[in-house]
Design a protein around this ligand. Structure first.
Ligand SMILES: Nc1ncnc2c1ncn2[C@@H]1O[C@H](COP(=O)(O)OP(=O)(O)OP(=O)(O)O)[C@@H](O)[C@H]1O
Ligand SMILES: [Mg+2]
Length: 262
């Protein structure tokens, strides 16, 4: 698909170890996320995808090792310094995580209220620009409960990019969506990457979409990472990777048969 040597890593994890109690999540994890590229982070449930995104976003600290964001080591930073690093990062959390009691526009504008100290009309304009960019210009006054699942995801994406981040972390942006909405979110992500040059790190189980959109794959397996282009990983012959792909193809076929589209 695309040439994607991670020659210019925007985010890097080196020798990272992390355990919760006696549950070892990462052991000598090494992986890099190239600048201006789309990297899909794969791996089974519990492999540590969300945890790695949280470490990159400075929401979780590793027990040891190094996490570098845009060349800066973040593992030893104080909270006030992490705050500055987080300004460069947009996050789309697993499930979308909009606040039910706030309107869509208030949800999207929230990161601006929290951090930038902008006047209200500037915030409103920025929010509208982001709603336009995810193809939902007219929903600002609605409550999240009045949106479909696919719309919630697009609004969460609008919120993730409202502060003009250079890196966007997306945790399972496709889960629970029908195939049409998967394609929609995917197209939005690809456009953000192509038009704005954003570095995207997308945790996803969705193998077909990963192969469509990823320049680079990071595959979490037993505390470590296998990385490469989709083609490289498919051709790697690594039995653990093959097993994951085979299980996914089976699940996908089942879903399609069940939906009557296969
Ligand atoms: N705050 C925490 N305290 C204790 N254990 C945790 C915590 N966060 C994550 N874990 C554990 O770390 C492991 C990795 O979790 P994580 O949520 O990162 O997996 P994941 O790859 O995102 O899974 P999924 O695909 O289901 O979202 C799991 O075993 C989980 O139980
Ligand atoms: Mg997760």
């Amino acid at each position: 698909m695309h040439a994607a040597a991670p020659s210019d890593p925007h985010v890097e994890a080196r020798d990272v170890g992390l355990s919760f109690g006696n549950r070892v999540v990462f052991q000598d994890l090494d992986c890099a996320f190239p600048r201006g590229r789309i990297t899909v982070l794969m791996g089974g449930s519990g492999a540590g995808k969300s945890t790695l995104l949280r470490m990159i976003g400075g929401l979780e600290r590793p027990d040891r090792g190094s996490i570098r964001v845009a060349g800066e080591e973040i593992t030893g930073l104080r909270e006030s310094e992490l705050f500055r690093v987080r300004q460069r990062i947009g996050m789309l959390f697993q499930g979308g995580a909009l606040l039910d009691s706030l309107s869509v526009a208030e949800n999207v504008g929230l990161p601006l209220h929290e951090h930038a100290g902008l006047p209200a009309d500037a915030i409103a304009a920025e929010v509208q620009r982001r709603l336009d960019s995810v193809g939902l210009p007219d929903v600002g006054d609605l409550l999240p409960s009045q949106l479909s699942g696919g719309m919630v995801r697009r609004i969460a994406l609008a919120r993730a990019i409202v502060r003009d981040p250079e890196i966007v972390l997306c945790d399972e942006p496709f889960s629970g969506l029908d195939p049409l909405n998967v394609r929609r979110i995917e197209a939005l992500l690809v456009r953000l990457n192509q038009r704005l040059g954003l570095t995207l790190i997308v945790a996803s189980h969705h193998v077909t979409s990963a192969f469509r959109m990823a320049h680079h794959l990071v595959f979490l397996l037993q505390g470590a990472a296998i990385t490469g282009t989709p083609e490289e990983l498919e051709a790697s012959g690594d039995p653990r990777v093959e097993q994951f792909f085979a299980a996914d193809r089976e699940a996908e076929a089942e879903v399609q048969a069940w939906e009557g589209t296969g």
